[in-house]
Design a protein around this ligand. Structure first.
Ligand code: OSB
Ligand code: MG
Length: 369
C-alpha cells in the first residue's frame, strides 16, 4: 500500500452547547479532516487539536502545517504502508502527537478497510457496546448546571463529569451530588490548581467522586503523587500522560490510580493501546477521553473503549450531544451505551454533502516532496 493523494479539509461545525473549560477557552469546533487515498483505497482521520493552544501546546493551524510539511512526505516515502510503520516513521519528529494521530488514524482506516477488518477487531476490542459518560462544561450559574445535568441524567448517561476550576468547584459538585445522590460523578480540573490547593481539593472527598481528573499541571507528577496521599478521591491523569512510558512512570510514582486515554494526546491509537496494556499490567483502570469529535473520531474512540481494560465510562456521547448534524450517520445511544462499529475500518463514512456544507478550506496534496 502506497500513499497517492491526501486531502486536508477544514470544517466549521458549530457545537450545540457551548463548552467552557478551566482554560478560559470557549471551545468551538473548527476541525481538520484528513482523507488519504492509497493504492488500496481511502481512509479518514480527524485531528483533535483545538483552534487555539490551551489543552496542550498543539493548535489546529500548527497541526495542519506539521502534517502537510513534515508528516506526509515522511509517510509518502514508505513503500509499504502499515499503521505501525507509519507511526514508527513519524516518530523521528518529537512532539506533535495530535498531528501524528490524525495521519495514523487515516492510514489505519484505509488499511483496515482494504482488509475488511474493523478498528475494534484490530485493536483488540472485546465488547459490543461501551458505557457513555458526559462531560459538562463550566456553567454560568449552579441552577443552569443543575438543569443541564438533569437533562443528561434523564437521557441515561452512565456517568457525569463536571469541569471545575478555582471558584467553580465545591458549590457545583455539592449541588449535583445533593440532587443526584446515586449518580456516578467525577470532576476534571484541566490542570487549574497547584499543590497549595490540596486542603481545598480534599473537601471534594465528601462528595464520593469516582475520580478527580488532572488537578495539577501536566509536568507535575511528583505533586500529583503528594496530592494523591492527601485525598481519598482517586486521582486520574489526562494531560500528564503522553505515552506508555509516561503512563508507567506516573503509575510507578503514585501520581494516579486511573488513566484517561485519548489517542490524539498520545500520538495515535497504537500508542493508546500500549498505554492500555501498561495500565492493565499494573491493575490501573482506564477510560477513553474525548475531544468533542465528529462521528469519525467517535467511531475510533468507541473501538478503543471496547478493549478489556476500559472499565470506566468514556467521554463518548451520541452525535446529538455535540452537533445538530454530524458528518456521519448519527451515532446513537441506547440505555447509556453506544454500539461498537463492526464494519471495515471506522465502520462509518462521512456523508459528502454534509461535509461539503461545513467545509471552509480544502488543500489537496499529490506531490509529497
Ligand atoms: O479534558 O477531557 C478534557 C474537551 C476538550 C479538551 C479537553 C477535554 C475535553 C472534554 C470533552 O472533556 C469530552 C467529550 O469529548 O465529550
Ligand atoms: Mg480531561
Amino acid at each position: 500500500m502506497k500513499l497517492e493523494r491526501v486531502e486536508l479539509r477544514r470544517i466549521d461545525i458549530p457545537l450545540r452547547t457551548p463548552f467552557r473549560t478551566s482554560l478560559g477557552l470557549e471551545l468551538n469546533r473548527d476541525i481538520l479532516l484528513l482523507r488519504v487515498d492509497t493504492s488500496e483505497g481511502s481512509g479518514w482521520g480527524e485531528c483533535v487539536a483545538m483552534p487555539e493552544p490551551g489543552y496542550s501546546e498543539e493548535y489546529l493551524d500548527g497541526a495542519a502545517e506539521m502534517i502537510r510539511r513534515f508528516l506526509l512526505p515522511t509517510v509518502a516515502a514508505l513503500d509499504v504502508l502499515t499503521p505501525a510503520r507509519v507511526a514508527a516513521a513519524m516518530a523521528v519528529f518529537p512532539g506533535h502527537p495530535m498531528a501524528k494521530a490524525t495521519v495514523e488514524m487515516a492510514v489505519m482506516d484505509a488499511w483496515l478497510r482494504a482488509r475488511g477488518t474493523s478498528y475494534a477487531d484490530h485493536l483488540g476490542g472485546v465488547r459490543a457496546v461501551v458505557d457513555c459518560g458526559v462531560s459538562v462544561g463550566i456553567a454560568d450559574t449552579v441552577d443552569l448546571l443543575l438543569a443541564e445535568v438533569s437533562g443528561y441524567v434523564d437521557q441515561g448517561y452512565r456517568r457525569i463529569k463536571l469541569k471545575i476550576e478555582p471558584g467553580w468547584d465545591l458549590a457545583p459538585v455539592r449541588a449535583i451530588r445533593e440532587r443526584f445522590p446515586d449518580v456516578a460523578l467525577q470532576a476534571d480540573a484541566n490542570a487549574a490548581y497547584t499543590l497549595g490547593d490540596a486542603r481545598h481539593l480534599a473537601a471534594l472527598d465528601a462528595f464520593d467522586l469516582v475520580m478527580l481528573e488532572q488537578p495539577l499541571p501536566a509536568g507535575d507528577l511528583r505533586d500529583h503523587a503528594a496530592l494523591a496521599r492527601m485525598l481519598r478521591t482517586p486521582i486520574c491523569l489526562d494531560e500528564s500522560i503522553a505515552s506508555a512510558r509516561s503512563a508507567a512512570e506516573a503509575v510507578a510514582v503514585g501520581a494516579c490510580a486511573i488513566v484517561n486515554i485519548k489517542a490524539g494526546r498520545v500520538g495515535g491509537y497504537l500508542e493508546a493501546r500500549r498505554i492500555h496494556d501498561v495500565c492493565v499490567a499494573n491493575s490501573v483502570p482506564v477510560w477513553c477521553g474525548g475531544m468533542l469529535e465528529t462521528g469519525l473520531g467517535q467511531a475510533a474512540n468507541v473501538a478503543l473503549a471496547a478493549l478489556p481494560g476500559f472499565t470506566l465510562p468514556a467521554d463518548i456521547a451520541p452525535s446529538e450531544r455535540y452537533f445538530a448534524t454530524d458528518v456521519t450517520a448519527p451515532i446513537t445511544m441506547h440505555e447509556g451505551r453506544i454500539a461498537v462499529p463492526d464494519g471495515p475500518g471506522l465502520g462509518l463514512d462521512p456523508i459528502p454533502e454534509i461535509v461539503e456544507g461545513y467545509t471552509t478550506d480544502v488543500v489537496t496534496v499529490t506531490r509529497f516532496s
